[in-house]
Design a binder for this molecule. Structure first.
Ligand code: SAM
Length: 272
């Protein structure tokens, strides 16, 4: 059974065909015996088959049902492929790790991601960071640049802080549009994310941390005093040692962590 369906734009289908790029991705992943590899969006198997040749088995999550039968048939020549036919955003990685990797409970995620869903997939993955050993993702280069950006840069924002809080972020290689069929309109890049131990960034309350980062960058031109109204008060800024006249883009991940460690201000009493 051949892959006969045309690429579906709505599912972000840009199939990788440059063998040199695929080889560098496999080399970067460097699968070791016992590793539990999970690929997001195997498509027509560009990365799947070389990974299977190298590692022997793999679990892949694919949303496009038209791809499942030809993918599973073609995979037989390469190794044992288990396909989960689902939207990756509905897959509970923690439950999957329990099922697939009972020894160390950790998954290694790989994927040339559908670019229209890259941020939701990244946030979904960091929600399950404690059950992920590492991630190697192909994304829009502009997204990888934002993920790795440092404080003070124009592109440093919520994505940078949230990912760097929970992972080390290492851009690995740039990939031109011509490496894909059909070619996307943008440059791409491969990035490695390695989750840190949960307490590494000193975040005591992950929900408050996420709320503060969202509010801070929601109005990034405003000072923190204004952007975080109702979320942090003057006493909180003082306790965290943060200048309330600064802007979110000037704060490091540990600055945000310290701010999130301050109590949420009590709502003001209504006047009688
Ligand atoms: N890995 C293949 C390659 O490199 O040629 C395909 C990559 S293509 C950029 C993205 C893949 O993700 C497609 O196979 C697409 O069908 C799949 N996909 C799109 N949305 C998805 C979702 N919500 N859950 C799982 N897979 C999805």
């Amino acid at each position: 059974m051949a892959f006969t369906e045309p690429a579906k734009k709505s599912l972000g289908q840009h199939f990788l065909h440059e063998r040199g790029i695929v080889a560098r991705i496999v080399q970067a992943v460097d699968p070791q015996p016992g590793d539990c590899l999970v690929e997001i969006g195997p498509g027509q198997g560009a990365i799947t088959f070389p990974l299977l040749d190298r590692h022997g088995e793999l679990t892949a999550i694919e949303f496009d049902r038209d791809l499942i039968a030809p993918l599973s048939e073609a995979a037989r020549a390469h190794g044992r492929l288990r396909i989960i036919s689902a939207d990756v955003l509905d897959v509970d990685f923690t439950a999957l790790a329990r099922e697939l990797a009972p020894a160390d409970g950790k998954l290694r995620l790989v994927g040339n991601l559908p670019y229209n869903l890259s941020s939701p997939i990244l946030f979904h993955a960091i929600d399950h960071a404690t059950t992920i050993r590492d991630m190697h993702f192909m994304l829009q280069k502009e997204v990888v640049d934002r993920m790795a950006a440092a404080p003070g840069s124009k592109i440093y924002g919520r994505l940078s802080v949230m990912l760097q809080a929970y992972c080390s972020v290492t851009p690995l290689l740039n990939v031109p549009p011509g490496a894909f069929r059909p070619p996307p309109k943008v440059d791409s890049a491969v990035v490695r994310l390695v989750p840190r131990p949960p307490d590494a960034a000193g975040i005591a309350d992950p929900k408050r941390f996420a709320d503060i980062v969202r509010a801070g960058f929601g109005q990034r031109r405003k000072t923190l005093r204004n952007a975080l109204k109702g979320v942090c008060d003057e006493a909180g800024f003082a306790r965290a040692g943060i200048d309330p006249g600064a802007r979110a883009e000037q704060l490091s991940v540990t600055d945000f962590a310290r701010l999130s460690d301050t109590p949420k201000p009590e709502p003001a009493e209504p006047h009688a």
